[in-house]
Design a protein around this ligand. Structure first.
Ligand code: HEC
Ligand code: HEC
Length: 274
């Protein structure tokens, strides 16, 4: 009797687990897109690893997309002209096959057609090109630690320099971030700063995630640094002087070694995510 009861309990536990694991759950296109597509695509936020999917339901035949989304490489290898052109244009990055039913893909396409409603916050973050002077300024203050981060994480400058920010005072544990905006692109930078997916940083920022506004302000600041370039063309004359002293002190060598490392660690998370 007692044994039978025990078995029953176990069975219901297994059942509950199966339910939890989503075997029986309805397909949620928003969640699916967020997990499986948003690391490479935006809907209206510009090109990422793959093309911006805004308007794709108008520019492509539905049947073609039903197939492409599920087995893009097969379509490309079969020589489909549109697919081959896309593949070449997007630097031969492979889009992973998706194990989805017809209904699931249709739900995804409806969702894309709707412009990605409900996803704005998760992915299509505002481009830094639209930042105001105040936002950029604030980003600089957060970077340098002049203004503290809301959740109490350390200021970026403790480990990084970026353009004119910290040629002398910037830390060298982390890579120079002058070109991080170009390296990661707009949406990618929001993602890496939101998820802090770097092995050293994720420990320091554990439980101290940046707020959405902070991510935006920092991104906008990094865009400015990227545009101004390493020596801070023109605008940062005094820092050029400081930078020369820094070089003299041998900071240049350290910087160089980080530069090599940065090349290796570029885009470590985007693209291959599950
Ligand atoms: C690892 C990155 C990656 C992921 C994840 C990804 N894609 Fe793609 N996608 C691409 C790339 C790159 C292309 C361009 C063609 C190529 O290189 O295969 C593309 C092309 C497309 C196209 C054709 C776009 C056009 O302009 O015709 C559609 C539609 C598409 N993807 C939908 C999706 C959907 C839906 C998901 C999620 C289920 C998804 N992709 C997940 C990288 C990705
Ligand atoms: C405790 C030191 C530390 C702090 C503080 C820190 N970082 Fe980092 N960061 C690193 C290290 C080290 C790396 C290299 C990857 C790794 O090993 O984690 C890195 C990598 C990065 C990268 C990727 C760079 C590339 O070229 O691949 C970006 C972007 C970045 N950090 C932005 C920031 C921003 C913005 C802040 C401030 C909110 C910040 N980091 C604060 C140590 C730090």
């Amino acid at each position: 009797m007692a044994v039978g009861q025990d078995m029953k309990n176990r069975l219901s536990l297994v059942l509950a687990l199966m339910l939890l694991c989503g075997g029986v759950q309805a397909f949620d296109p928003v969640e699916y897109f967020d997990k499986k597509c948003s690391s490479c695509h935006t809907i209206g936020g510009g090109d990422d690893v793959g093309p911006d999917l805004k308007g794709v339901t108008e520019r492509r035949d539905q049947k073609w997309m039903m197939r492409f989304i599920r087995e893009s490489q097969t379509v490309i290898n079969a020589g489909d002209p549109i697919a081959v052109e896309l593949f070449n244009k997007y630097r031969k990055k492979k889009m992973p096959d998706q194990d989805l039913s017809d209904e699931d893909v249709l739900a995804l396409l409806d969702f894309i057609k709707s412009g990605g409603q409900g996803l704005e916050k998760a992915i299509a973050s505002k481009s830094a090109l639209e930042a105001t002077g105040d936002e950029i300024h604030r980003g600089g203050q957060l970077f340098s630690g002049e203004v503290a981060l809301a959740a109490g994480g350390p200021a970026c400058i403790q480990c990084h320099s970026a353009g004119s920010a910290g040629p002398l005072g910037g830390g060298t544990l982390g890579p120079d971030l002058t070109q991080s905006y170009s390296n990661y692109n707009d949406q990618g930078l929001s993602k890496v700063l939101t998820k802090i997916a770097f092995p050293v940083m994720d420990q320091v920022y554990a439980g101290k995630a940046l707020t959405e506004a902070e991510v935006y302000q920092l991104k906008s600041f990094l865009l400015k640094m990227d545009r101004e370039g390493p020596a801070g063309k023109g605008a940062q004359k005094k820092f050029v002087f400081l930078g020369l002293i820094g070089l003299f002190l041998g900071f240049g060598a350290i910087d160089l070694s980080w530069r090599n490392r940065r090349r290796k660690s570029s885009r470590p998370t985007i693209g291959e995510s599950e």
